[in-house]
Design a binder for this molecule. Structure first.
Ligand SMILES: *[C@@H]1O[C@H](CO)[C@@H](O)[C@H](O)[C@H]1NC(C)=O
Ligand SMILES: *[C@@H]1O[C@H](CO)[C@@H](O)[C@H](O)[C@H]1NC(C)=O
Length: 431
């Protein structure tokens, strides 16, 4: 019912350019559909459900034939104990999270490595399959090997599992972002997954066709100390997070003749790229995981921190800045600089840390931007107030967001006088 309403509202938005970004759902705290009230109570008593410890990080939408059965997935990593299920979905008007594929997959809390331990992000391959990246960790403890799990979204059965062996990760590893490049759309037998190891500062390439993975290291996967302090809505914390965001444009970037992977670290102000030809060649990385350093390039500077990002079919990249709290876009056929980064939507309250960003095609074939925001600063500083709205899933029709143009447009970041760039600031201090 709620989703039918969503479609209606989306259509109204096409007529109105105001309030292009709609809150789909919001929560004070995440709550779950437990198998029974007794099991819920047991989880609370055992410390397996501590509401303040459950924070949504990613969103993904499984549009299924009709709107009522459509599922909006959210991930809730186990930064610590107290998270009863690390992956689940909501449907229709319910705010409860239904554990996916079932509660049993999550309830061992690290004891059953055939289940799911902790998930930061997921990816869809366009063949009704969801790729779930499991860190295998609860807090700092590596209970299980990291793994990729592929679920069929029609049967909700596990189709494939790949466990990463010890050569693919280090003690500090945390596999947080999977993205997919499908060479045979509609069949999905030739798929490569690219995985960001945020605190091991590496990139893992998994070739599904040959069922093999290799690890790639580069200095651009590291955080920059100058960008290691985060201030969101007046609260600050330090976080030296490396490689987080990965995107593969469908066509070569401006002036290139081959396709690249775009990437950035969370604690950074640059966007970077490496040709796929380089990272796809297993031979290179099996010989030397630090090879080809010169192939990894900074393509431009935004001078502001940002987390996840996603690209639409026209090559527009969407991401949310941390300061100001704004959804922005960049047309990847232009050079990456603040003149070409356009502000689409700014909201100091609702945009407090977008950790999940996805472009999703809806039931009428239109692209939508989906975001999850989670006030990470509250979690990091231990000031979460469960009486306030802390978590939000947002949706925007991309056509409306772009004022019915194909390419990213709007006021440029550079022209916004209210923004103090760290780099600009530094220059001013030097003068
Ligand atoms: C992979 O890299 C190796 C070593 O540089 C090179 O000899 C080989 O031709 C490359 N393979 C492909 C398919 O590009
Ligand atoms: C928590 O939020 C509620 C609602 O906004 C507010 O009334 C209350 O004072 C807050 N508690 C703390 C400790 O800030």
């Amino acid at each position: 019912m709620y989703l039918k309403g969503l479609l209606t509202i989306t259509l109204i938005f096409i007529l109105s350019t105001e309030a292009n970004v709609r809150i789909f759902k919001q929560w004070r705290q995440m709550d779950f559909q437990f198998p029974s009230n007794a099991i819920r109570q047991q989880a609370i008593n055992n410390g397996y459900y501590v509401p303040a410890n459950v924070i949504p990080i990613d969103v993904a939408v499984d549009y299924r034939g009709n709107l009522d059965s459509t599922r909006v997935f959210v991930t809730m990593p186990r930064f610590t104990t107290g998270v009863p299920a690390s992956l689940g979905y909501t449907k229709s008007s319910s705010l409860l999270i239904e554990p996916y594929p079932s509660y049993d997959w999550h309830s061992s809390n690290g004891k059953n490595c055939d289940g799911i331990t902790s998930v930061f992000r997921v990816a869809f391959d366009g063949c009704n399959q969801m790729w779930v990246l499991d860190t295998g960790k609860i807090g700092n403890i590596q209970y299980c090997q990291p793994q990729l799990l592929i679920f069929n979204l029609i049967s909700d059965k596990l189709v494939k599992r790949y466990r990463f062996d010890k050569s693919m990760y280090v003690d500090n590893s945390l596999f947080i972002t999977p993205i997919l490049d499908v060479a045979d759309p509609g069949r999905c037998s030739r798929v490569k997954a690219y995985i960001a190891d945020v605190t091991g500062f590496g990139l893992i390439v998994y070739d599904c066709e040959v069922n093999k993975a290799w690890r790639v290291n580069n200095k651009l996967f590291y955080p920059y100390p100058n960008y290691g302090k985060f201030t969101i809505a007046g609260e600050s914390f330090d976080l030296m997070d490396g490689l987080l965001a990965l995107t593969i444009p469908k066509v070569p970037l401006r002036q290139d003749t081959e396709r690249s992977l775009l990437f950035h670290a969370l604690a950074s102000g640059t966007e970077n790229a490496v040709p796929l030809r380089i990272i796809n060649n297993a031979t290179i990385w099996e010989n030397d995981a630090n090879a080809m350093a010169d192939e990894f390039k900074v393509i431009g500077t935004r001078g502001i921190q940002t987390g996840a990002q996603a690209m639409d079919k026209n090559g527009n990249l969407y991401f949310v800045l941390l300061n100001p709290l704004a959804i922005v876009c960049w047309d990847s056929s232009t050079s990456y600089k603040t003149d070409n980064i356009k502000i689409l939507h700014r909201n100091d309250e609702t945009m407090q840390f977008a950790s999940g960003v996805k472009v999703v095609t809806n039931l009428v074939g239109e692209e939508e931007l989906w975001l999850v925001t989670n006030r990470l600063q509250k979690f990091m500083t231990g000031t979460t107030n469960l009486s306030e709205i802390n978590y939000r899933v947002h949706v925007a029709n991309i056509k409306a967001l772009l004022n019915f143009k194909d390419k990213c447009n709007g006021p440029s970041l550079r022209d916004d006088q209210t923004i103090v760039f760290p780099d600009r600031n530094r220059k001013r201090m030097a003068n």
